[in-house]
Ligand binder design. Structure first.
Ligand code: SF4
Length: 231
């Protein structure tokens, strides 16, 4: 008599890959995040990706998309945006969150792009981080989307939250998560981690009331820290 063998448990890296493969198919049912769309529509223009990512922090996608469209309809180069009064930029990007700060950062960043980088968006993390209001999340996304980097993972609050719920990592901040993810995600998947988990976070694995019963990766998810589920 032949005995049935229990399937071997997946290694942590194999579980990460299995999860990403399922998400690769599952996200096709949803709209892409706003900055990804802007990147595609502008043929990966680094400047528009940079500014849209700055506007997107703690802002709903629809608001980011319309604010970016209003700003770029008036000015779409570092030189022309830097020439706008801050109050005009504020009006154009309203109602993105923290629009007053962001208008100032956008103007100052554009002025520095002109003064220090010949009007071009730099292609290194070290240089991007010298721009006002640009942190690792923004820099990583610009490097991935506009400079075709395969060496970066962009971690925002969705990526931080979901990779902890999935038990891939145990971290307290997005900065810690980025470093931890480099260790557990095989490199070929680094550029798409943000697209997959942000899309999932906006539609299924929401911050409160994640839709675990409708989740395509639920069998691979220990739901760490999840206390209440939504529909
Ligand atoms: S099962 Fe729930 S907690 Fe886990 S990824 Fe899906 S929605 Fe998020």
């Amino acid at each position: 008599m032949q005995l049935l063998q229990e399937p071997r448990p997946l290694t942590p890296r194999a579980r990460v890959v299995e999860t990403l493969k399922i998400l690769q198919r599952a996200i096709r049912a949803f709209d892409e995040p706003a900055v990804e769309k802007i990147s595609e529509d502008t043929r990966e223009d680094p400047f528009q990706v940079l500014i849209a990512t700055m506007l997107s922090a703690q802002t709903r996608d629809a608001v980011t998309a319309s604010a970016s469209a209003r700003l770029f309809a008036v000015a779409r180069t570092p030189r022309t945006v830097a020439a706008l009064p801050t109050s005009r930029i504020q009006k154009l990007i309203y109602p993105v969150s923290f629009y007053r700060f962001k208008a100032r950062y956008v103007k100052d960043t554009c002025a520095q792009l002109v003064a220090r980088f010949g009007g071009r968006v730099p292609a290194t993390m070290a240089e991007l981080l010298t721009l006002p209001g640009v942190g690792r999340k923004t820099a990583n996304l610009v490097l991935i989307l506009s400079h075709a980097s395969r060496d970066n993972i962009c971690v925002d609050t969705h990526v931080h939250r979901i990779s902890n719920r999935l038990g891939w990592i145990r971290t307290r901040t997005p900065e810690e998560s980025e470093q931890a993810l480099y260790r557990v995600v095989p490199k070929r998947w680094w550029p798409v981690v943000n697209l997959f988990l942000v899309t999932w976070g906006q539609n299924v694995c929401r911050p409160v009331y994640p839709r675990c019963r409708a989740c395509a990766i639920s069998r691979l998810c220990p739901r760490i820290g999840v206390t209440r589920e939504g529909r």
